[in-house]
Design a protein around this ligand. Structure first.
Ligand code: 6PG
Length: 248
C-alpha cells in the first residue's frame, strides 16, 4: 500500500500519528509495543515529534521497546551514529526506561562480535527458540537513492543471509562495516513501513514500485511473511510513479 503526502512535513505528521496509533493498539492487544528504528535523516523529525506535544503524553513509553534496524560502526557519540541521532531526538526527551532501549554495543570496536551480541539481545528479549524469527510490531525502514534499506546495500553479503537475525555487513563504498538486521528478520515484522522523501529517491522508487525489474534492489527484497508493507512517500519521492503501473 502506497501513501503519497503533499510534502515531507505531512509525511512526518502522518508517520508520527501512525506510530502512536500502532503503539497504543499493540499495548492494548498484547501489553507491549516493539519498534525497530530506522537511521538516516528522514525519521529524525518523527522521533522529535514523538517526544513533543501532543504526542509525548499519548505514547505508552513504559511499554514501548526500541531497537535499531542498523547501526554504523562508530561510537554512539559520533554524529554518524543512529543511536546517537535517536537519543538526541527522542530517548533523551521522553520518559523511556533505559531498559526499554536496545542499542548495539561495541560496534565501533568489533563489528562481527557486536552483531552476534545484538542477535543474542534480540533472541533473549523475545525468548526465541533456535532457528525462529521474532515479530516486531513495527519495522521502520528508509531507502537510499541506490535502493538500499537498513544497511543492506546492493551487492553486499548480508543480502544472502537467511539464518541470522543480525550481521556485520562490509560495504565497499564506505570501506566500512555496518551492523544490520537481515531480510528474514525484517520480513517477519507485523508492520513494515518504508519512509521515503525527496526527489533523489524518485528514479529508484519508480523502478522498485512500477517497473517489471524484480528483485533488483535491496528494498525490493523486503517481502513481509505475514505482516503488512506500507510506503509513506512525499510528493517529490513519488514524482515518477505511474499510478497505472504501480503495485498497490
Ligand atoms: C542508515 C539508514 C539507511 C537510511 C537510508 C535513507 O543508517 O543510514 O538506516 O538505510 O534509512 O540511507 O536515509 P535518509 O533518510 O537520510 O535519506
Amino acid at each position: 500500500m502506497i501513501k503519497i503526502h503533499e510534502s515531507k512535513s505531512e509525511l512526518i505528521d502522518a508517520a508520527t500519528q501512525m506510530i502512536v496509533d500502532l503503539a497504543c493498539q499493540s499495548v492494548d492487544e498484547q501489553g507491549r509495543f516493539t519498534m525497530v528504528l530506522s537511521g538516516g535523516s528522514t525519521p529524525k523529525p518523527i522521533y522529535e515529534k514523538l517526544a513533543s506535544d501532543p504526542y509525548l503524553e499519548k505514547m505508552p513509553w513504559s511499554k514501548s521497546y526500541f531497537f535499531f534496524g542498523d547501526e554504523r560502526c562508530v561510537a554512539h557519540d559520533s554524529p554518524e551514529s543512529n543511536y546517537g541521532m535517536a537519543d538526541k531526538a527522542m530517548f533523551s526527551r521522553a520518559p523511556i526506561p533505559a531498559e526499554n532501549i536496545f542499542a548495539t554495543q561495541d560496534q565501533d570496536k568489533d563489528p562481527e562480535s557486536s552483531a552476534a551480541q545484538y542477535e543474542q539481545t534480540i533472541r533473549k528479549f523475545f525468548k526465541l527458540e533456535k532457528g525462529k524469527f521474532p515479530t516486531f510490531d513495527l519495522m521502520l525502514l528508509g531507502m537510499g537513492p541506490d535502493g538500499h534499506t537498513a544497511s543492506l546495500f546492493p551487492g553486499t553479503e548480508a543480502l544472502n543471509e537467511r539464518q541470522q537475525l543480525v550481521v556485520a555487513n562490509y560495504v565497499e563504498k564506505f570501506k566500512a562495516f555496518r551492523i544490520t538486521m537481515t531480510l528474514p528478520l525484517i520480513d517477519h515484522a507485523e508492520n513494515i513501513v518504508f519512509l521515503v522523501a525527496g526527489s533523489d529517491k524518485a528514479d529508484v522508487l519508480s523502478e522498485i514500485l512500477c517497473s517489471d525489474k524484480k528483485d533488483s534492489y535491496p528494498a525490493q527484497l523486503v517481502k513481509p511473511q505475514a505482516g503488512s508493507l506500507k510506503w509513506y512517500l512525499d510528493r517529490d519521492a513519488a514524482a515518477k510513479l505511474d499510478p497505472a503501473l504501480c503495485c498497490s
